[in-house]
Design a protein around this ligand. Sequence first.
Ligand code: FA5
Length: 348
Amino acid sequence: MTLKAQLEALRDETLANIENVADLKALNQIRVETLGKKGPITEVLRGMKDLSAEERPIVGSFANEIRDLLTEALEGRKEVLETAALNAALDQETIDVTLPGKQMSHGTRHVLSQVMEEIEDIFVGMGYQIVEGYEVESDHYNFERMNLPKDHPARDMQDTFYISDEILIRTHTSPVQARTMEKHDFSKGALRMVSPGKVFRRDTDDATHSHQFHQIEGLVIDKNITMGDLKGTLEVVMKKMFGEDRKIRLRPSYFPFTEPSVEVDVSCFKCGGSGCNVCKQTGWIEILGAGMVHPDVLKMSGIDPNEYSGFAFGLGPDRVAMLRYGVNDIRNFYQNDLRFLNQFKVKE
Ligand code: FA5
């Protein structure tokens, strides 16, 4: 067989093999075997030295032609096989979008945070600003500016964690009153603020007392503010929180920083006022302390009590949450037991 005929036979056989090959590995094998250094084409080209000078260029160019043709056929087949492999992989990896998704477990805001934010939102809606106070406070702001000088017997009403003689962790949110009053520019209008936060007392923990709990302080100062404004405001807030048919009543009380002082009860939202286990058969539930800001407190903050008056209140959101959700032990809020906390999961 002539060299040309050998090359033609090789071409036809290889083209048939390329056409029939079914995977990329086998295709590569054909490439190596046909066009590689030890392959038949290289062999033919090596054998050219034995050809005559006339034959050599003819066979040489024919061999090159066949090599190019096979290379092209190999490339073409490779592309076809690669596309087929990709399509097969895509078919296998198809995602069924109708399958249910994986449930992600997520946290939620603490029930006390939820209650506090709800109360804050009500006040913001009424034009109050939210003010942040300091958990580490001075005796000066926590007591003296609240009309409780060092020897005042009413200091015993709040057992205090002292850090030094002058520094303590605040026993109530009332020091924020003094800090806000002294900075307020009354030429720009009335002062209306609420201040939520943690407070600390050296109380023995029991079902209704915790050494750390929360308060929301409220303060309004303007010209001609009266007890009627206090009552009206609290009535609106309680209705928003506990329902339209809620009533409130004010009972006389004592706080050194307000005069007169009151304790505010809300009509029981479980029995509506007829008496039940939640309200201890009284029909009423005590929810906060309040009063008209004492003239001396105004004076100490540089406000003239002859020109301005105001009301203040201190509400216990822990207590509100206990009543609303029927929680009978305040310590549940602070023990991080997920079985308890998960009952208050909200969709964020
Ligand atoms: C005060 O702390 C006053 N600063 C409130 C106030 C502000 C009155 C402005 C007038 C004007 P009192 O000690 O009563 O008041 O506390 C207020 C509320 O905090 C109580 O009604 C109660 O709900 C809550 N509270 C008091 N002690 C504890 C405690 N140990 N654990 C949980 N809640 C408590």
